[in-house]
Design a protein around this ligand. Structure first.
Ligand code: SF4
Length: 381
C-alpha cells in the first residue's frame, strides 16, 4: 500500500472506500476550490452517511417515482426490439448504424447474480479494443451498460456510461439518456451542463483505454449525444452537444488532484472522519469530534453546493457563522469583490467604517441599497 493510500485510509477509517463516480467527478469541476470535498472524495468517505450522522438536512433527492420514470424511459430507448436508439443515432450522427450489432454488457452471465463491474469492464475493454484494432467482424455498433475505468489521483475509478456508439465515422461517441425534457428544442441548461460534465468523464476514460490499443488511438469524439423526452411526452429526441469545454475543465481539475499529498500535509496527524461504527453499522463517534475533523479541511462554500454535496447544510452554517460573503452566492461575491465578510459590508453600508481607496463605488452602492431597505421597512410598518 502506498503512503498516500495509508493516509487516506486513516482519514476514512476501516470501511471500504466509496469510489469516485461520474457524479463526484462532475462535482469536482463544480467546486474545484474546496479542499474539504477533494480530501473526503479522495479518501472515499461516504458523505451521505456522514451527513446523516451529523443530523444534517439532506439536499432533495430524486423521488422513487422520478427514478422509475427515468428507468422506464431508458428501457424504452434502449430496447433493441424497438430499435429506437438506432434510429435516433442514425439521425443525430448522420451515420449508418446497423440494427444487428447491439450488445448489452449487463447481460453477461455470472452465477445467478448480476455481472460485477470488474467483469463488465473486462468485456467492455475487449470489445472496444477489438473494434479499435479492427479484429472484430462485424464490430458491435452500440454497447449498452458498458463499464470503463478512469485513473483519478492514481486510483482506478469505475464509470458506467449509458451507451457507447462504436467507431462510426471512425470515431467513438458517448451517448447519454436523461429523463429531463427538451422543450421546444431546448433542455434546462444546468441539467444539460451537468450531463455533459459526466459525459466528459466517460470520454476521458475511453481515451485512457484506447491508449493501450495497437496502435494507440484517441479517436473519441468531443460530440456527445443526449437523448431526452421531447416536450411533455415520452417520445425521445436526440441532441448533439460539444463537450470540449467540459473535457478541458475536468482534465484540469483531475490534474490538480495531484496536490493531494499537499492537502493531507495540512491536516493535524491522526485526523479522521471514521464513524467508528458498531457491527450493526451504528456510528458511535461523537458528532463534535467529526465537526472538529471537518474544521481542519478548508471548505469553499457556495450556494450551488446544495446541488452536488451532502455536506452543504453543514458548510452553509459554518460560512454564515464566519460571515463569509461567498455564502451569499457568486453574484453578490462578484459585486462585492475585495470585501471578505458580511460584517465589513454592513459596516460600509451604515457608514461605521470609511471605504478604503478603490472601494468607494462599492460603499456607495451599499449605502444606496441600505437607504432603499430602510425606506421599504418604514413604509411597511
Ligand atoms: S458543501 Fe462543503 S464540502 Fe461540499 S463542496 Fe461545498 S464547501 Fe465543499
Amino acid at each position: 500500500m502506498s503512503s498516500l493510500d495509508a493516509r487516506l485510509d486513516v482519514l476514512r477509517g476501516p470501511v471500504e472506500p466509496l469510489p469516485h463516480s461520474a457524479r463526484t467527478l462532475a462535482a469536482l469541476t463544480a467546486n474545484p476550490s474546496c479542499d474539504r470535498s477533494a480530501l473526503l472524495d479522495a479518501a472515499g468517505i461516504d458523505k451521505d452517511t456522514l451527513a446523516t450522522h451529523l443530523g444534517l438536512s439532506q439536499p432533495m433527492k430524486k423521488s422513487r417515482l422520478a427514478l422509475d420514470h427515468g428507468l422506464t424511459f431508458e428501457r424504452h430507448v434502449t430496447d433493441p426490439e424497438q430499435g429506437v436508439l438506432v434510429s435516433l443515432l442514425r439521425q443525430a450522427l448522420q451515420l449508418p448504424v446497423p440494427h444487428a450489432s447491439y450488445k448489452d454488457i449487463s447481460n453477461l452471465r455470472h452465477g445467478n447474480g448480476a455481472s460485477p463491474p470488474g467483469l463488465r469492464r473486462t468485456h467492455t475493454s475487449q470489445l472496444i479494443l477489438g473494434t479499435a484494432e479492427g479484429r472484430l467482424t462485424p464490430p458491435p455498433a452500440l454497447l449498452d451498460h458498458p463499464v470503463l475505468t478512469l485513473t483519478v489521483a492514481g486510483r482506478q475509478t469505475y464509470l458506467e456510461p449509458d451507451v457507447i456508439a462504436l467507431r462510426h465515422d471512425d470515431v467513438f461517441h458517448i451517448v447519454e439518456i436523461r429523463s429531463f425534457p427538451v422543450i421546444h428544442g431546448r433542455a434546462d441548461p444546468l441539467k444539460a451542463a451537468a450531463a455533459l460534465t459526466q459525459a466528459a468523464a466517460y470520454i476521458l476514460a475511453l481515451r485512457e483505454l484506447l491508449t493501450s490499443a495497437e496502435p494507440p488511438t484517441t479517436q473519441v469524439s468531443d460530440t456527445v449525444v443526449l437523448i431526452n423526452p421531447r416536450n411533455f411526452t415520452r417520445q425521445p429526441t436526440a441532441t448533439t452537444y460539444n463537450a470540449a469545454p467540459q473535457i478541458k475543465s475536468l482534465s484540469r481539475h483531475l490534474a490538480r488532484l495531484d496536490r493531494l499529498p499537499d492537502l493531507l500535509d495540512t491536516l493535524p496527524p491522526g485526523t479522521t472522519c471514521d464513524l467508528a461504527t458498531t457491527p450493526d453499522g451504528t456510528p458511535t463517534r461523537p458528532r463534535d469530534h467529526l465537526v472538529a475533523a471537518l474544521a481542519t479541511m478548508k471548505p469553499h462554500y457556495t450556494p450551488s453546493c446544495r446541488h452536488h454535496c451532502d455536506l452543504a447544510a453543514h458548510c452553509r452554517t459554518e460560512a454564515r457563522n464566519r460571515g463569509s460573503i461567498e455564502a451569499l452566492g457568486t453574484t453578490v461575491h462578484d459585486d462585492l469583490a475585495g470585501i471578505d465578510t458580511i460584517h465589513t459590508a454592513l459596516d460600509l453600508a451604515d457608514g461605521h467604517v470609511r471605504a478604503s481607496s478603490g472601494r468607494e463605488d462599492i460603499a456607495h452602492a451599499l449605502r444606496h441599497a441600505q437607504r432603499i431597505h430602510d425606506e421599504l421597512k418604514r413604509d411597511s410598518t
